[in-house]
Design a protein. Structure first.
Length: 168
């Protein structure tokens, strides 16, 4: 898939088929995420990966009010921020966002669906991730990505808006 095709056709997927996500696919997603740019090349990210059914089910209640998509997801990757690794102080969330978007686009290319679930700055979700996935206190849960073969097909959206552009 060409880069622009991936960017222009990716959608957030919140329903998944009962088909496993392989270790090889997960490795590819992690490779894509870790190839992201980061301020000062600090790479202040950490990844918590699970394919454990009980943990995925528990995430539904702990993070998203019982959201059924976690009960359908076959894997999940939590991106965490390790502030001690920031190349420049305060840039970690931007670095983790770059990793997150790489992960989403790579998933799309692999034929997997995912959606960015906001965790950082949402205290009950941070606590839920720590409890279910055993995230240590020195890491800040940043964003969670349930994964699976898409159980819904969403049309691409074209969102270009000239009014958001200032030509000077
Ligand atoms: C920073 C960020 C936080 C998001 N948090 C959530 C979330 O908590 N739950 C959710 O269902 N979708 C979440 N999303 C997905 C957005 O709702 C989605 O990207 C947006 O509606 C556009 O749809 P699309 O991704 O299909 O293009 C988040 C997206 C971003 C970038």
């Amino acid at each position: 898939m060409k880069t622009m095709d991936a960017i222009m056709t990716r959608r957030s997927i919140r329903a998944f088929e009962n088909t496993p996500v392989s270790e090889e696919q997960i490795k590819t997603l992690l490779e894509a995420a870790m190839n992201a740019p980061s301020a000062g090349d600090g790479r202040p990210w950490r990844f918590v990966v699970t394919t454990d059914r009980a943990k995925l089910d528990a995430l539904a209640d702990a993070v998203d009010e019982g959201n059924a998509m976690f009960k359908q997801a076959q894997a999940a990757i939590l991106i965490c921020l390790d502030e001690s690794l920031e190349g420049f102080k305060g840039f970690g969330p931007q670095d983790c966002s770059c990793a997150a978007q790489n992960l989403q686009l790579a998933a799309h290319e692999l034929g997997l669906g995912t959606v960015w679930i906001a965790i950082i700055n949402v205290p009950p979700r941070v606590a839920g991730c720590r409890k279910v996935l055993g995230v240590s206190e020195n890491l800040i849960p940043f964003a969670l990505f349930p994964l699976g073969v898409p159980g819904e097909q969403l049309e691409p959206e074209f969102r270009y808006d000239e009014s958001r552009v200032q030509r000077v």
